[in-house]
Structure formats: C-alpha cells, structure tokens
Design a protein around this ligand. Structure first.
Ligand SMILES: [Zn+2]
Length: 504
C-alpha cells in the first residue's frame, strides 16, 4: 500500500516538475525586466513554492474555495485552541457588546486593494458595476452579521492583460499575487476563472481562493455573493467548519459539544480543538451535495466517529452548502477570531475611532460607496435626500492618506424634455467642505458646472439646468480643496424639479 502510494507520488513529482519547466517560459516572459538579484531570489522562492505545491498534493485540498486547509501544528498554536472562553474575552475587551460612538458597531474599517484583470479593450473581466456589487455584498454580509468589519476600496489597479484573465491556481496565481501585493490592506484579485489542473483527471475551476503565503484573495466570476466574505474570513483567521471531517477519532470534530478526548495524547473538549476550533459552529461534513435547494441538510444517516448523527447549520459563510445562496451567517466565535486576527495585525488606521483615536474618523465612508467612477454611479432620485462623506484612504504607513474621494451619480430623464432641475448639496451633521458639481451627458460632454460662491460655504452649492432632453445623465461631485484635517467631511444632496406647468 505504502509502496503504491510512493510510486504514484513519484510519478506525480515528475509530471509536476515537467509542468514547472514549461511554466518557467511564461514566468521569464512575465518578469524579463527584473534584475539578476531579484531573479535569483525569485528562483529560490519558486523552489519554496514548488515544495508547497507538493504539500498541496499530499494533503486534502478543497476544490470549491480553493483555500488550503491549515495544518494541525499551526492550528494548535492559536490562543483559543482548547479555550473558546478566550474568544468571549476578546470581544469584551474590544467593547463589542457596547455601543460605538457613531452607532454603526464598527470596530475596523479595512482598506481593500482591488486588482481588476481585463483585456486591452476593457471588454473581458469584471466591469466596474460588478466590482461595485462585490464590494457592497461584502459589506452587506458583514453588516447583517454585526461582525464589526467594514471594507472600503483603494484606487483600483487595473491589469490589462488577456492572458491573466484565466489564471492557473498552483503557480501563476501565487506569482501574480505575490509580486503585486500591497501591504496593510486586503489584496483582492478579480479574474475570470481560476483553474486548478489536476495531475490526473479533469481540471477544476475554483470560485475563490485565499493564499496563506501571498496573503491574497482571488475571486473568479462564478463566485457567489458570500465568496469574498468567505475568503476574507480566511485572511482573518477563519477555517472551514468541516476541516478534517474525514479523519479518524484523533483529528475529526465530534458532533457532541461536550465530548472530550479519550487517548490520542489529547485532553479537553473536542470541539475546541478540531474542525475550525469553534464550538459555536456545529461539527459538519463537507456540505457539498448534502443540502437541498431550500437549504435543508439531507444526509440524515451520516454519523461521526462516535456514532452521533451530524446536525450541521447550512447557513454558515465558511461552509460549503450547495446552493451557495444558503450561506449568510458568521457565528460570534467566528467574529471573535476575525477581531483577534485584525488586532494582531496591529494596523492603527484599521481601528474605528473608539479604540484608538478620533482621527480615524477620516476613514468613515457612506453606504453608497464605492461610487468613484461613472460606472459605479449612485442613482439619484427626485426629492430623496442622500448623505455622503468624503473619506480618506489609508495607503500604508509609508504613505500619506489619499484624499481624493469623488462621488458619481446618475439619473434618467424619462420625459421628452424635463422641466428645470436643481441639484443642491448642503451641510449635514458632518463637517462641510466646498463642493464642485459637474453635470455630464451620457456621452461624456460637460453640460453644467457649479462651484461654491463665497457665501455658499455654509449654505451649500446649487447646480441648475433649465431643461434636459430624454436620456441618462451623470453628476460628479468633488471637494474643492484637499483637507489637512483628519476629520471626515461630507454633505447632503437633493435633486428637485420645478413644475413645468405654469399657473395661468
Ligand atoms: Zn474556504
């Protein structure tokens, strides 16, 4: 048996080395401009990478999320391993159960560096509207679960290279994400498909993946609405609840929450030391193929190694139910792990005001974000007021905060000709700054521009247009001056229409 395994492994090794050699051609093509020194250290690194690829073969790999399971030795070093009470203390010490000053319950505002891969004509790859959806879904699932995390995007980095739209999982993806990585934010690469070639059999398309080595998330187009929350969950220290579920009594998580180890040189409650190490996520098998369309668990016969039937939740974001739309929850234990990991990263700018100092107010962003370009424009409705902020972006400790937040809006004139339209920005409770409004046609022509007059510093800026013909319009709003103040600024916006029928 062992001999058979070894010979198969040797064969795999040969195939993999062959693959590596062919990949080298692509690599050298990609990085032909790097210096010899960099090239040398790169080769060394590649050696390490190849080694970790063997590791991937030797271990169980999950094919849907594509994230490698953490090994037992790393897992055992976690502070809540065997002590879930520790997690409650983390949340307590962060004031999680108290109200935050801005009533948003936010503990961390985390910058996300998006890499959007496209072809040269911008036709293939995630479009900006899809990018906006991905970010808003991420914030939606964090908000409804009260995780204490919100995410804002840094200026998007576009990678215009058709060849990278379809990325190879084992070598290409780690290399691309390693060389593009940006520190002190979450790196997220949006591509068309992530392909994991199997040494034997058909290759698999992975929806999303988190690479522990390059600390990057890759998301492909067939991902679900919770995929980014799931992968960032890995980035923030979460594991799959079904981790090691196929293993024996010493490694598998028991269904019973009170069952303790009997042997295995282990002591204590099993659920705190196996699976994802969290007792508030039930033990579960890989849920793929075990959940009905209406999110009921269907495998009623399956038992753990102690003979207890599984009773899993089918709604956890870190699980694998199919359909993926069943996923919607993080447990308190999972939230605590994310909070712990974020605190360990020790990046002050991520912390919401209460926990460090009020200066971090400058990162508070509104619920319409991202709306930094035309494609991501927020819909402006007649008579409905919106409150927006101009937030800053944290670019890492080496750099100054970026203060170039621009808000884009769109609206549609449905009549042949509209009556006079007035768009006004004015102060809300947030500090107000002078604002410039520019109205564009659908074709990108500037129609009207409004800048604040001196007395409008307080009352706001108003843009008026006599009439507009049928069609779509865009409005760009930006601050007139960069602010030195670390405090957030913002404004209210309202669009009104004068009645076109004059009284006789
Ligand atoms: Zn995963």
């Amino acid at each position: 048996m062992l001999k058979k395994y070894t010979s198969v492994f040797n064969h795999k090794l040969i195939v993999l080395i062959f693959r590596l050699i062919t990949k080298m051609k692509i690599l050298l093509y990609s990085f032909k401009n790097v210096s010899k020194n960099v090239a040398f250290s790169f080769l060394l690194w590649l050696g390490g990478l190849a080694f970790s690829s063997f590791d991937l073969i030797a271990q169980q790999v999950d094919d849907f999320c594509g994230t490698k399971e953490v090994d037992d030795r790393t897992f055992e070093k976690l502070p809540w391993f065997g002590d879930n009470d520790y997690l409650r203390e983390i949340l307590d010490s962060c004031g999680y159960f108290q109200d935050t000053p801005d009533s948003t319950k936010v503990l961390f505002r985390v910058p996300v560096q998006l890499f959007v891969y496209r072809d040269r004509n911008n036709k293939k790859g995630f479009n900006d509207l899809q990018v906006k959806r991905v970010v808003q879904e991420l914030n939606y699932f964090n908000t409804v679960n009260n995780t204490g995390f919100l995410y804002y995007i840094l200026p998007i980095k576009y990678v215009r290279n058709k060849r990278r739209l379809k990325m190879g999982y084992r070598i290409e993806a780690p290399i691309q994400t390693y060389f593009r990585r940006v520190d002190e934010c979450v790196n997220v690469h949006l591509i068309n498909s992530l392909q994991k070639k199997k040494l034997f059999g058909r290759s698999i398309f992975v929806r999303g993946s988190y690479n522990y080595f390059t600390e990057a998330v890759i998301l492909s187009k067939n991902s679900s609405s919770t995929s980014l929350a799931h992968e960032i969950g890995h980035f923030l220290g979460l594991h799959h609840p079904h981790r090691n579920w196929t293993k024996g009594k010493c490694r598998q998580e028991a269904v019973s929450r009170t069952r303790t180890y009997d042997g295995c040189f282990k002591k204590g409650v099993i659920c705190e030391q196996s699976g994802d190490g969290l007792c508030d996520t039930p033990a579960e098998p890989d849920l793929t193929g075990r959940v009905s369309d209406d999110c009921e668990y269907t495998d009623n016969q399956l038992t753990d190694n102690w003979g207890d039937k599984y009773l899993p939740a089918t709604d956890n974001i870190m699980s694998y139910p199919e359909p993926r739309s069943c996923r919607e929850k993080f447990t308190l234990g999972q939230i605590a792990v994310m909070v712990y990991t974020a605190r360990e990263k020790n990046i002050e700018a991520w912390h919401a005001p209460k926990y460090k100092n009020a200066a971090q107010n400058a990162y508070i962003f509104d619920k319409y974000e991202p709306d930094d370009n035309r494609e991501m424009a927020t819909l402006l409705h007649l008579g409905k007021t919106q409150i927006h902020t101009f937030h800053k972006c944290y670019l890492g400790k080496e750099n100054k905060d970026l203060d170039t937040d621009i808000d884009w809006y769109s609206f549609e004139v449905k009549d042949v000709k509209s009556s006079e339209i007035e768009i006004r920005t004015y102060p809300s409770k947030i500090a107000y700054s002078s604002i410039e409004l520019v109205l564009f046609s659908n074709g990108g022509l500037e129609i009207e521009k409004a800048t604040p007059k001196s007395n409008e510093q307080i009352v706001g800026t108003t843009l008026k247009v006599k009439e507009l013909s049928r069609g779509k319009y865009f409005l760009r709003i930006m601050k007139m001056k960069k602010s030195e103040s670390p405090i957030i600024s913002g404004y209210k916006i309202e669009m009104t229409k004068k009645n076109s029928y004059k009284k006789p």
